[in-house]
Design a protein around this ligand. Structure first.
Ligand code: ADP
Ligand code: MG
Length: 382
């Protein structure tokens, strides 16, 4: 509501208690703020560190009233938080990002339509809300059918070669609204995480190069190993996107690189997994920017001070031989340039993000080599 600066030790609110919320709590605490986390899971990673953990659903009226009454500014780490929740809270306290921006980011049809209207490059796609919307053979195939809502880490997606397969997949998704995207021959995937404040200032972090395994981010390499033109172009497109969306907060923008062309894939209205390297390799990290934006403090410097390679640690590292084995953490810690981050999740499950590590250093090749050694010591990708 107001643009005045909120000073520590004010209470801030975080919707969602996963690892992104946990890093927000850590950043806020470092900066002298207190945090109330809303998450229905009593063991949520952020809830355990928060000053107050409201253990309730994201649409629980009493919990939202408590947040609105006790938090001076609120943000989200959970992109599927009901947009109405943000709108309700915004009636009585400062909330960033806005319900409108989150509503676009959480719906693939709205998201891609917005990209097109904003003049941003996107791959060919069609919205699918009924079987009749599925194009005939030849037009868009091979393609990927994605549910419009609640998909993440490759979930709610099916690769389809033709109309018959698309039809079967659409029925498999219970005819929920989907987008059908042309399968693109990707040369690379890159992302830009940026922070945009209420006055429209933007601090963009360097372009990261991302590789995925089974639809989940595996490794981010920073700076990305592609031409300076592509890196700069990604920065410009991400800034244009944030400005056109009138976005206030931390935004993750994912791109496909096809030849010399950059295409916007999707956006996340929150800090992004591919921005975790900023914790160890930038002057200000993405979570600190989130705190700065909602409190009305000036943005911090996004400057990269080291080369960085971030590797995700999934529950698979505990389960790689079919039984539960604690990974050999000592081997990873033996690398002096490796920064370990474990999220305090109780139960390792296949595909569940349990932590990540970032290797930093002056020499890009040495950093990548160390990261690859540590990755295999933790049996990642096996
Ligand atoms: P989410 O990250 O929400 O699961 P994405 O749309 O980013 O969904 O898809 C996950 C990954 O699947 C992408 O990072 C990319 O590797 C691959 N992918 C998605 N869409 C396409 C496409 N149209 N062509 C080629 N690869 C794709
Ligand atoms: Mg993605």
């Amino acid at each position: 509501m107001s643009l005045s600066v909120i000073q520590p030790p004010a209470m801030l609110g975080m919707l969602g208690g996963g690892q992104l919320g946990r890093f927000f709590v850590i950043a806020a605490h470092e900066m002298g703020y207190r945090v109330t986390v809303l998450d229905p899971d009593p063991n949520s990673p952020a809830g355990k560190l928060a000053d107050v953990h409201l253990c309730a659903a994201y649409d629980d009226a009493a919990a939202l009233a408590t947040m609105a009454g006790t938090c001076q500014a609120i943000s989200t780490e959970f992109e599927n938080v009901p947009a109405e929740t943000l709108a309700t809270l915004a009636q009585s306290t400062v909330v960033h990002p806005s319900a409108e921006a989150v509503a676009i980011a959480q719906h693939r049809v709205k998201e891609k339509t917005f990209f097109k209207q904003a003049g941003l490059p996107v791959g060919p796609f069609v919205p699918v809300s009924s079987e009749a919307d599925l194009p005939p053979d030849g037009e868009l195939y091979p393609a990927v059918l994605k549910v419009a809502r609640f998909g993440y880490d490759g979930k709610g997606q099916a690769r389809v070669a033709n109309h018959a397969e698309a039809l079967a997949a659409f029925r498999g998704f219970k005819q929920e609204v989907c987008v059908l995207e042309k399968m693109l021959p990707l040369d690379l995937e890159v992302s830009v995480v940026l922070a945009r404040d209420a006055q429209g200032h933007i601090a963009a972090f360097p372009t990261a190069e991302n590789s995925h395994l089974n639809g989940i981010l595996d490794i981010s390499i920073v700076p990305a190993r592609c031409s300076e033109v592509i890196k700069a172009n990604a920065q410009e497109l991400a800034k244009k996107l944030a400005t056109q969306l009138n976005y206030v907060g931390v935004l993750g923008v994912e791109f496909f690189v096809v030849g010399h062309q950059l295409l916007v894939n999707e956006i996340a209205p929150r800090p992004h997994n591919s921005g975790h390297y900023t914790i160890d390799a930038c002057v200000t990290n993405q979570f600190e920017q989130q705190v700065r934006i909602i409190t009305g403090q000036a943005l911090g410097s996004p400057k990269l001070h080291s080369h960085a390679v971030m590797v995700n640690i999934l529950g698979d590292s505990w389960l790689y031989r079919g039984k539960l084995v604690e990974p050999a953490w000592d081997k990873a810690f033996a690398h002096g340039d490796l920064k370990m981050h474990l999220y305090g999740k109780h139960e390792p499950r296949k595909g569940r993000k349990m932590g990540h590590f970032t290797v930093i250093g002056e020499d890009a090749q040495a950093v990548l080599n160390t990261a690859k050694v540590a990755r295999s010591e933790l049996h990642i990708g096996e």
